[in-house]
Design a protein around this ligand. Sequence first.
Ligand code: FAD
Length: 275
Amino acid sequence: MSKISFEFYPPKTDEQRTQLDRTAERLKRHAPEYVSCTFGAGGSTLSYTSETVRHLKQHHGFDAAPHLSCVGGSREEIRELLRLYRAIGCNRIVALRGDLPSGMGHPGDLRYASDLIAFIRAEHGDTFRIEVGAYPETHPQADDALIDLRHFKAKVEAGADAAITQYFYNADAYFSFVDAVRRLGVEIPIIPGIMPISNFTQLRRFSEQCGAEIPRWIGKRMQAYGDDVESVREFGADVVASLCRRLLDGGAPALHFYTLNLSRPTQAVLARLDD
Ligand code: FAD
């Protein structure tokens, strides 16, 4: 199996903590290169992210990377967090702009992910490996796909080491994005972000928000399965496994799974890849 990584979100309740521990135990056997933990823009999950990263490292023994978004934060807050992550022993950060929750006024001291990356490099040199977000289907707020590609390149010039993509279900979007950024002189690894399908209603809602397209044929089949949970799971795992296979065959250097803290949907895909 190629290199893989898993993304978790920080649990807030005891029940969610137990679920993450169970999931982490089950996914450990797939020997991920690292795991990452998301971060809520505007400070809402600030301490949850660092607590979770510490737990994933110390209790589960993972190489754990915090996501860090700059929107809504001050330089001093970000400086503090970077100090904390360094003290915990993190050597990898997923650096993002984030999205400002509606109604929150102040954009923060650093405007774009490229500003955050430059800040991390200025404060900590090469201490952290920096992963950034990439959007094969174009960032939802970008009016111009070509300008969006140039903004992506600016993150690499600011010091990004690798990129993880937003999820997608059309492999050609990934290959075309990789070709386009290579033509711009970007050489860093572009790792596909993989969203296993478990709950289709939830997936459709997420996808509308983050601008990921669900191909019509997948939507139609899912709709037809309706409440037949087993068929939704089987079909979802088949679709995502064949996407992964195509990506790896086409040269994708690794796969990053958005687990949503569930083990089953990700394991169903990995089991098919092992076959
Ligand atoms: P940027 O790269 O800064 O780009 C954002 C937008 O600004 C784009 O439209 C870009 O074209 C434009 N832009 C960039 N630079 C400039 C410039 N100089 N001038 C004008 N426009 C510019 N969100 C969270 O809140 N927490 C998370 O933990 C989290 N994890 C994520 C993990 C991955 C792998 C990915 C792909 C996304 C994640 N997100 C997370 C979502 C992300 O924060 C949003 O997609 C956000 O809208 C953009 O973040 P970014 O880092 O890609 O932003």
